[in-house]
Each structure stands twice: as C-alpha cells, then as structure tokens.
Design a protein around this ligand. Structure first.
Ligand code: FMN
Length: 221
C-alpha cells in the first residue's frame, strides 16, 4: 500500500491548513493511500516528535506540505523544518514525490509564488520529485471551518483535491486544471472592500493578542 505524509505548516493547529490537510487525507484514503497528518509546530517544539516525523517521511511515497502564507512567505517553523531536513540528509524511497498546497488571506494566488519556488528547491535538495503546487487565495475567510460546512466552496476545494490525488496516484504531475478549480474568482470591484475588511480583521486579531501599537518597527533601532 502506498503512503502519504501531510505536513501542516500552520502554527495554528486546527485552522485552514489543517482543514485542507483533512480534505486531502480523505481523498487519498479513498484511493487506497494510507495518509497521516503531522503538525510542523509539534516537531519544532519537540525533538522527539521531529525524529518521529523524519522516520515517517523516509518511508512515505508522497510528502505534501500544506501551509499558510505568513508575512509574504513561509511561517518560520516551516523554514526551520525544511532546513533541518536538508541538514539531516534524510533518506527517501525511490520515486518519492513532493507537492505543496499554499493558501493566503488575500484572493491573489500570485502572492504564493515565493512559497512554491522554495518548495521546488526543497524537493530538489531532498531528492524527491516535485509534482507541483496549488495555491488558494481567500483562506482567511474560511477560517478553519471544516470543508463539509463550507457549502459550494467546500465542494469545489474537495473536487480540486480529488483531481490532485488522482494525478498523484497515476504518477503524473498535478495538472493545471486543479489550480483553475481552486481559484476564487472575485469581481475587480470587490477587491478594495475585501482588502479593507481583511486588513480590519487582521488588526482586530492583533489587538486581541495584545498588540497595542500596530505600526511599531521592532527590527529598526
Ligand atoms: C501572522 C500572519 C501573517 C499573515 N500574512 C499574510 C500575508 O502576508 N498575505 C496574505 O495574503 N495573508 C496573510 N495572512 C493570512 C493567512 O495566510 C490566512 O489567514 C491563512 O488562511 C491562515 O492559515 P491557517 O489558518 O492555516 O493558519 C497572515 C496571517 C497571519 C496569522
């Protein structure tokens, strides 16, 4: 039986990246691929967990990273994890594949290009075949709601993941239609109000988490 490891790159264990991972797991298991989900943040916080994840990765036919965009790039624990994997020169099965799903708050999936580039380099360094990446713009609005409760949007995402898994089990690169299926088409006129709403929500979350000065620049003396 083939096996898949999904790495949830979000430090928020049960939010949107995790829901995407669960949806992929369901599709993969329906195709007979045994699938487990690991939270990168757990490996970041515990060396025992890191050893366990590495052991699993070495045995897996498919490795998938499901990650959010945080401040225009990968969350730091994901970067740490990638560097650690490269440092440890971990063994991989022959024909092992790597793919990525990245999602961001804003609707424009081009924001995810730097993540996809990093993932492709990671695959090369890990000697895994890069089979492609899928971006989703608008993850903030999904806010960790399970796919089954998202109505039409949930059905489209689930369908896109079923197409992706079909490509994986057929040993093909992920076809471009999967990205088309995942892309939320928002009329241009709604861009500004949506950006306003998303920025407003980010500020609310920051304040709730104790940020009093939103404009502080701690990295500048
Ligand atoms: C600390 C932080 C930084 C973020 N930075 C960006 C960003 O630069 N661009 C963007 O489009 N979305 C950004 N977002 C929105 C997230 O990418 C989005 O909410 C995503 O769905 C979060 O995934 P998660 O629920 O799996 O953590 C950010 C969110 C957080 C919490």
């Amino acid at each position: 039986m083939r096996s898949m490891i999904l790495l949830n790159g979000s430090p928020r264990r049960e939010k949107t990246s995790f829901r995407f991972s669960q949806a992929i797991q369901k599709q993969a298991e329906a195709c007979g691929v045994e699938t487990e989900i690991y939270h990168i943040i757990d490996a970041f916080e515990s060396s025992l967990r890191m050893d366990e994840v590495i052991g699993k990765i070495e045995e897996a036919d498919y490795l998938g990273l499901v990650t959010p965009l945080y401040v225009d790039y990968l969350p730091y624990p994901v970067l740490w994890f990638m560097e650690e994997c490269i440092k440890r020169e971990i063994r991989v099965k022959s024909g092992a594949k790597f793919f990525a799903i990245a999602q961001c708050g804003f609707p424009d999936v081009r924001l995810l290009d730097p993540i996809m580039g990093a993932c492709e380099i990671f695959a090369k360094k890990m000697k895994r075949e890069w089979v492609g990446g899928i971006g989703y713009g608008g993850g903030a609005i999904l806010d960790g709601i399970p796919m089954e409760e998202l109505g039409k949007r949930g059905e489209l995402i689930t369908h896109a993941f079923s197409m992706m898994v079909e490509d994986l089990v057929n040993d093909q690169k992920i076809r471009e239609d999967v990205q088309v299926e995942m892309t939320v088409r928002i009329p241009r006129i709604l861009y500004r109000p949506l950006a306003f709403y998303l920025n407003h929500r980010s500020k609310q979350i920051a304040r709730k988490n104790g940020v009093h000065d939103l404009w502080t620049q701690p990295y500048i003396d």
